[in-house]
Design a protein. Sequence first.
Length: 345
Amino acid sequence: MKLSFTLFLSLFLLISCKEEYTSRETIAVSIEKFKIDSTSIRAIEIVNDSTIIYAGSIGDIGLVSVDGKLKENQKIITDTIVPHFRALAYTKQAVYALNVANPALLYQIKNNNIEIVYKEENDKVFYDSMQFFDELNGIAMGDPTDNCLSVLITGDGGNTWKKIDCEQFPKIENGEAAFAASNTNIAIVGKNAWIVTGGIKARVFHTSDMGLTWKVYDTPIIQGKPTTGIYTVAFSSELNGIICGGDYTNKFGNSANKAITKDGGKTWKVVAENSEPKYVSCVQYVPETNGKEVFAVSTNGIFYSNNSGENWQKVSEEGFYSIRIVNKNLAWLSGEEVIAKMIIK
């Protein structure tokens, strides 16, 4: 019996050691830029290891490959409306792009056909972000037009979308809204989604059932002004996540603009207080690093953490709006008239 227990303990320790990831102490990055004329790009998504898709401010949607080639680029105009895209989602069947302002136009691009699958007209309408849980279920979020956030859900792969009634959603505080900075107001793990807000209040809204029911949690992120709050959220598991932001009118302020959770968003702890990164528009975990390696970007530069956001180092002075990370050695960035490929070593 003793021998069996010893063997079991040895196997358990061996498996545990294999699962533990050792973070890289330092990294170096090299960035190759690809100019995309006349457009501001805040929404990018990974298609595969060698290609991303982007949506820009002049109704433009295109694919960019690792060699810098722009392919299948197209510009959408509906009547006289040139949609300004800041929300983008990609499934195996279609691409979805959502206009940021009134009227809200959600386009489905499928089999070379472009169709508006949701339209909303309201002076207050302003959509910020969009993601899919899986190939059938998706979610989009925006500023309130009533007394709750605007939240759209689909259960048929994006063919139809329904706005959640405010009776099903926690009430918004006066002056609470969101920022369309990088298409990362929503984070998804499994059936869980977290939505972040800013302004007079900076909070995290959570659903564990793909949008059917919701809870809301306070955060210690800077708040109280229309320009303060949470700009971006990421989760590496159902329990571990990070929120970042600040005040885009004070991009060098670094107090209470980064926080982490270990309980699924119920409680948050401020990290790296009064140190870089300062204002952050996008934060993302590096895949297959057990939530230890994280990148944050803004117009202030690119930052890297190897301990889940507790501490950071600046790895580039180059400024961008958004980042998506393919693997430990490759990431994509977007900004003003630019898509960039970043090699991580």
